[in-house]
Design a protein around this ligand. Structure first.
Ligand code: PLP
Length: 492
């Protein structure tokens, strides 16, 4: 039991007078911290000389099975363990030849933001302090970039999966009324619409929000991977005829498989006509708005009721950094605010600054993600990020040309943005062999694309996202695919 009468003497005799976690010797800590920073800077600066990825060896996995450390250790030893056990076996997305999934490369300015945020240890759930003011500035910048009104609100979140979930919940309450939070959705037959090429987190958001995945209509796409508008309107009409209540359309700016961008202006028109919420999943594609040459591709984004997107993909901000923007923030408040005595908002003092970020989403405690975004945007400027984005699309065009010029390679989809899907022409078992070829490439350490299926056929998928990627890296990928593909053919 806790002794409530403890005095200084008692604490001392119990050995509890010095239990803070600050270093006993700040100078020694400073040297350790500087060395750790030097180490990670060396890692980034020398990334080209490393394999893109290497599997975690069994011996290293074993070391992670050590039990909870009960005693203290020297922090230099902990740093050395990080260098030995973690650093060599990371995902590899800092590397210019990482081309799998849609992973951003991070950037050194953003890393400083992340480091300072850890030291500041701010909680952005609420209250009145500069970190929240800064986050609101970032939200305002993105509203400006996307052509949304300055009154737009939003939050930085872990990623677009959560941003999309938040959007579905806001749209649900906007349509069914705030009482849906108490009564549930049983009385409403709400239906939502997105394309068959939408990311899996959209059905997942329907599931988590209690609406059910069966209430999501996956509308077919055209040959360019864009949602079919006529099929969409037909589906809405049919649902109304059957007594359902359409409430939401989710358009995609940059589909996960091939980077297709829906006709956002067309979707906005349908939403306006039908009285539906218009959400855009712009996980990576929305930031095309930062590039003057790509901006027209996302025309219509400015009409969205909400936009989910990631800074940690094309925005090159270190993980994790997603964002949800909401045109009418009071609707987010309606969907999430839960007054509690211990969270009293006041007119002045530290408890001022209402509404608080916790009123707009499900998180109460929130870290200072906005700082690494702010550092990135201020250091490089939005135009430079736009140039990086445009260049990855040019590189994708270059890769597509190289694929098209190689008789042993076959392109599997049009290139809308920065994703190229192709495969090796194996004489048999092409799906299995191409999947193995992707693993061969990853294990070679030369390049790390991922795999997907296009029209039921397995494709090697190269998403060019990293700002460090050059034409020579694209060449290295193609050369490695040809060499390793030929090697596989020998065994067939
Ligand atoms: C179109 C799309 N939506 C949503 C997501 C999920 O984003 P996150 O991984 O940041 O949650 C992705 C991820 O690649 C995506 O491509």
């Amino acid at each position: 039991m806790v002794d409530t009468h403890a005095d200084a003497g008692w604490l001392r005799s119990a050995g509890l007078d010095r239990t803070d976690l600050d270093p006993a010797d700040w100078d020694a800590f400073r040297a350790t911290a500087h060395a750790a920073l030097d180490g990670i800077i060396d890692y980034i600066a020398g990334i080209r000389d490393r394999p893109v990825w290497q599997p975690v060896p069994a011996a290293v996995r074993d070391e992670f099975r050590a039990p909870l450390p009960r005693d203290r250790a020297n922090i230099d030893q902990v740093c050395a363990e990080f260098d030995r056990l973690v650093l060599p076996y990371a995902t590899g997305n800092v590397h210019p030849r990482f081309m799998g999934w849609v992973h951003g490369g991070g950037n050194a300015a953003g890393m400083i933001g992340e480091m300072l945020a850890a030291g500041l240890n701010a909680n952005l759930g609420g209250r009145d302090h500069a970190p929240i003011v800064l986050e609101r500035q970032v939200i305002g910048w993105m509203a400006e970039a996307f052509g949304l009104p300055q009154s737009t609100g939003g939050l930085l979140v872990t990623g677009t999966s959560i941003a999309n979930l938040i959007a579905v919940l806001i749209a649900r309450a906007a349509h069914a009324g705030a009482a849906v939070r108490r009564d549930g959705v049983a009385a409403h037959r709400l239906t939502a619409y997105t394309s068959a090429a939408a990311h899996g987190c959209i059905p997942s958001a329907m599931d988590i929000s209690g609406l059910g995945t069966a209430a999501l209509r996956m509308i077919p796409t055209d040959s360019n991977g864009r949602i079919e508008l006529q099929a969409l309107t037909d589906s809405i009409e049919q649902d109304r005829t059957h007594g359902c209540t359409p409430f939401l359309i989710v358009g995609t700016a940059g589909t996960v498989d091939i980077g297709a961008i829906d006709d956002l202006a067309g979707l906005a028109t349908i939403c306006r006509r039908e009285g539906l919420w218009f959400h855009v999943d712009g996980a990576f594609g929305a930031l095309a708005a930062l590039s003057p040459s790509l901006r027209p591709l996302v025309t219509g984004l400015e009409h969205a009721d909400s936009v989910g997107f990631d800074f940690h993909k094309w925005g090159q901000v270190p993980y994790d950094a997603g964002c949800i923007l909401v045109r009418k923030p009071h609707l987010a408040e309606q969907a999430f605010a839960s007054p509690a005595a211990y969270l009293r908002h006041e007119a002045r003092g530290l408890a001022g600054g209402a509404p608080w970020p916790c009123d707009f989403g499900p998180d109460l405690s929130r870290g200072f993600r906005a700082l690494k975004v702010w550092f990135t945007l201020k250091t490089w400027g939005a135009d430079r990020i736009g140039e990086v984005i445009a260049r990855t699309c040019h590189l994708a065009g270059y890769l597509a040309d190289r694929v098209d010029a190689e008789p042993m390679l076959e392109r599997m989809a049009p290139v809308a943005l920065n994703i190229v899907c192709f495969r090796y022409r194996f004489p048999k078992d092409a799906d299995r062999e191409n999947a193995e070829l992707v693993a061969d490439l990853q294990e070679s350490g030369i390049a790390a694309p991922s795999a997907t299926t296009i029209g039921g056929r397995l494709a090697i998928r190269a998403a060019l996202v990293n700002h460090r990627t050059q034409a020579e890296d694209v060449d290295a990928l193609v050369d490695a695919v040809l060499t390793l593909g030929e090697r596989r053919c020998v065994g067939l």
